[in-house]
Design a protein around this ligand. Structure first.
Ligand code: SF4
Length: 257
């Protein structure tokens, strides 16, 4: 299906289902996705293997963000949130922490009411610098699509070194100051069935949520075109039922459809 890349360092603002009016920051190449996952539902398409990783230089990010925020300030149209997302995994950028720091400086100068969010697959949170940077942002939103390594590999195309158990241990280092994002879906890929909505899947995932105790959980489903073809949305009522089970743990849950 027709997936697409973000063509600019700063993109939007756009209305996000989960975040409100969001101005996006893309630290990854504007002509190529760069991620250590390869999710079947990635709106940027499949991850191309090989090649030297390229990142947008920190100075160019600063310049582009300042220009956009000053234009928005002059127009009186400031965003609700400034979101690190884009063509891959933002925390892979070697200057991620420095970039987060100057994003705060610019936010304070031009859009003090805006929150700063990061959408991440959580693979880099073993790094102290990445953890420090995520600890500073208003919305530290980390992916956890399954409690099972096998399902995570199927959905997220993660490397064999990826371990849900290790990821959960690293998530616990935030002491609750994180938001878990989980995309629920069903379908088939490479002749294998995908379904992270079964009772076994949801029960095991809820146990991890209870263990991590994030300040919020976001549950959602496919919204845009996906690189894999045979994927199906989960209904609003199914997501609401999952949301109720999260709330029963005393944890806030946002259901986005
Ligand atoms: S982690 Fe995000 S950017 Fe990476 S493949 Fe998955 S959806 Fe795409």
């Amino acid at each position: 299906m027709a997936t697409s890349l973000f063509k600019e360092i700063i993109f939007g603002p756009m209305r996000s289902r989960r975040l409100g009016v969001s101005l996006g920051i893309n630290l990854l190449p504007t002509d190529n996705k760069l991620c250590n996952f390869d999710c079947v539902y990635c709106e940027c398409g499949w991850t191309k293997k090989g090649g030297k990783p390229r990142f947008i230089p920190a100075g160019s990010v600063r310049e582009a963000l300042e220009k956009k925020l000053s234009e928005m300030d002059e127009a009186g149209e400031l965003p609700d949130v400034i979101t690190f997302a884009g063509n891959g995994e933002p925390t892979m950028h070697p200057d991620f922490e420095r970039i987060v720091d100057f994003a705060f400086d610019l936010r304070d100068r031009y859009a003090p009411q805006a929150k700063i969010a990061v959408l991440s697959n959580a693979t880099m949170i073993g790094s102290e610098s990445v953890r420090r940077a995520l600890g500073k942002v208003d919305r530290n939103i980390l992916k956890l699509d399954s409690a099972f390594d096998e399902t995570a590999r199927l959905i997220n195309g993660c490397p064999s070194s990826y371990s849900v158990a290790q990821t959960v241990e690293n998530m616990k280092l935030f002491h609750g100051d994180l938001i878990i994002q989980t995309l629920f879906l069903r379908g088939e890929h490479d002749g294998r069935r995908i379904d992270n909505t079964t009772r076994t899947e949801v029960d095991a995932w809820l146990k991890l949520i209870a263990d991590i105790r994030p300040r919020q959980v976001m549950v959602y489903t496919i919204d845009r075109d996906t690189p894999a073809e045979d994927l199906y949305k989960v209904t609003k009522s199914e997501l609401e039922r999952i949301g109720e089970r999260v709330r029963a743990l005393g944890i806030d849950c946002q259901v986005a459809v």
